[in-house]
Design a protein around this ligand. Structure first.
Ligand code: ZN
Length: 275
């Protein structure tokens, strides 16, 4: 949804469309500077979400963040941005901040993973209580980390008991070579993920269809049912056993409210569809 119009009217619109949870950026997703921290405004917004019964609110960190970066300036800015974003989430009462694992930028996979671990080690003592950072899998193209679930596992296992979890993006998983197009693919893909981390650490799913080739390393989001994952894939995924209030979040292309409503309906139908 376009940010213009403001948080409150947009939240009202999503609720009216049938949404039960939402994800927002803490500010301009391509800027290193977050908007002024207006406690009163944040308070107003979180009270409104409560009123609308929208839960949880998920905060998606800005796109510039790269905790794996070999560049000291980017490394530091990324670490500080996550700390700031975690505090914003706390102010909203949002339980989760989502971040892409990052890109090693030709420094090599192991260096990249080590940088992420170092970044997390440095910043965790400054995180507020009650907010969990979710590492999102990527499509794995180029020097992107987190396409392979083993990348997520390696980072998560380094911090046992820490407020860390995973957000699974279906389009990214497909791009990285994981099948999600039906009951069998979904079962196999989740099994591979759960080999890396405890199922309870999967805290959110980004539900996006995609028409890139499986394993192409590409990242392109498509409307629900208009890509390779298809309605059967989403039906299988949504009908797994999930905890109450488990957030499924749409990140489909922004082409207007009517299409958003259709995507939401398609998901709700999928969750009841017979398999
Ligand atoms: Zn995503």
């Amino acid at each position: 949804m376009p940010l213009k119009g403001g948080f409150i009217p947009n939240a009202g619109r999503t609720r009216e469309m049938g949404a039960e949870c939402i994800q927002v950026f803490p500010g301009n997703p391509t800027s290193w500077k977050l908007p002024h921290f207006d406690e009163q405004e944040i308070d107003k917004r979180s009270r409104y979400l409560l009123e609308l019964k929208i839960y949880p609110l998920v905060i998606h960190s800005v796109y510039l963040v790269n905790m794996a970066s070999p560049r000291p300036d980017i490394f530091k800015k990324s670490r500080d941005m996550i700390i700031q974003t975690m505090h914003r989430a706390h102010a909203y009462g949002a339980p989760y901040v989502v971040v892409h694992v990052g890109s090693h930028s030709a420094a090599g996979r192991d260096t990249g993973i080590n940088n992420v671990i170092k970044s997390l080690e440095e910043q965790m003592p400054q995180w507020p209580e009650g907010v969990t950072l979710l590492l999102e899998n990527t499509s794995g193209g180029g020097s992107l980390l987190g396409g392979d679930f083993r990348d997520l596992g390696e980072i998560i296992r380094y911090f046992p008991g820490a407020p860390l979890g995973v957000c699974l993006d279906t389009a990214h998983a497909w791009g990285a070579g994981y099948d999600l197009s039906g009951p069998r693919g979904v079962a196999e893909t989740l099994e591979l993920l759960y080999r890396q981390l405890d199922p309870s650490l999967l805290k959110a799913v980004h539900v996006n269809d995609t028409n890139v080739e499986k394993g192409s390393g590409k990242d392109r989001h498509q409307h629900i049912g208009e890509g390779w994952i298809g309605k059967e894939g989403f039906a299988s995924l949504m009908q797994q056993e999930w905890p109450p209030d488990f957030p499924f979040i749409l990140e489909t292309p922004e082409i207007g409210t009517e299409k958003d409503r259709q995507n939401l309906q398609a998901l709700k139908q999928a969750s009841r569809q017979e398999l």
